[in-house]
Ligand binder design. Structure first.
Ligand SMILES: C[S@@+](CC[C@H](N)C(=O)[O-])C[C@H]1O[C@@H](n2cnc3c(N)ncnc32)[C@H](O)[C@@H]1O
Length: 258
């Protein structure tokens, strides 16, 4: 019997990985502390650079055996550590993309001795050439303007115009500011739009996604919304409760329009 599927384990991922059989996970979405000293109600983001990189290597080596042979990894990082971590991962997997998440931060004062940093770096890695990837599930429809500009007879009914375009490797999606309707009580909650794109492209329907650092539970919520299974870990008990609440909300019927 599978006792670990669709469960949130409130524990250290490094211990939790032992619950999951090797080769059982389609997709690993990892959004670890960035090594920048954020307060997650624990000391998990208080490591110095050397200890942070050592810890990253440790959890990566515990997590990767859980992936199926055609499985994939997306890892959220900051540019400050992505160079070292990408080199480490490239010794273990094949790198497919570096995705830039443009957080659409509005113009503001900020840095005066460098350019203001407004992106997160996401690494997309796979274990083998036959990795699962469903581009059609994540194509972006062309807008009316583009379609109008391509209205000459040679374009009418053209397949590429109808099925939409590849989302490319720069994802411009607004961060979840305080007033955002999706926002929960977690300092680094990721938008569903980003995580759902990863799931639809890289996890087959009915497949399993593993999130070692669940935070507010975005991966679990996205998995449930997209017909995938999840499993994951979170150290902070308050965040574990938040995840269960977000999941329970999905079972409630939509309020009727007035
Ligand atoms: C960047 S946040 C994840 C945010 C999440 N993706 C979301 O959308 O809400 C990282 C989370 O990992 C948790 N964490 C840190 N170290 C951990 C560990 N060893 N095992 C499990 N969770 C951990 C932190 O408490 C924090 O909530």
């Amino acid at each position: 019997m599978t006792t670990w599927l669709n469960r949130v384990f409130c524990e250290d991922a490094l211990q939790g990985f032992a619950r999951i059989p090797d080769g059982s996970i389609d997709l690993l979405i990892a959004d670890p502390p960035y090594g920048l000293g954020k307060d997650y109600g624990n000391d998990s983001d208080k490591l110095d650079a050397e200890a942070y990189l050592r810890w990253t290597e440790q959890w990566v080596d515990a997590a990767l055996p859980k992936l199926k042979p055609n499985g994939s990894l997306y890892i959220f990082l900051t540019w400050r550590y992505s160079p070292e971590i990408f080199v480490m991962l490239k010794k273990r997997m094949t790198m497919v993309n570096e995705i830039i998440w443009d957080r659409r931060v509005p113009s503001m004062g900020g840095s005066t001795r460098k350019f203001s940093s407004v992106h997160d770096t996401i690494g997309f890695f796979v274990k083998a050439k036959d990795y699962h990837f469903d581009l059609d599930a994540v194509r972006i429809p062309y807008d009316a303007e583009t379609k109008k500009a391509r209205s000459r007879s040679i374009f009418v009914g053209a397949k590429w115009l109808e099925i939409g375009y590849n989302p490319k490797d720069v994802w411009s999606v607004s961060r979840l500011h305080r007033e955002h309707r999706e926002r929960a009580d977690h300092p680094t909650q990721k938008p569903l739009e980003i995580v759902e794109r990863m799931l639809k492209a890289s996890c087959p329907p009915g497949g399993v996604v593993l999130d070692p650092f669940m935070g507010s539970g975005t991966t679990a919520v996205a998995a449930k919304r997209c017909g995938r299974n999840f499993v994951g870990f979170e150290l902070n008990p308050d965040y574990c409760a938040l995840i269960e609440n977000r999941l329970a909300e999905l079972d409630k019927p939509e309020p009727e329009a007035a």
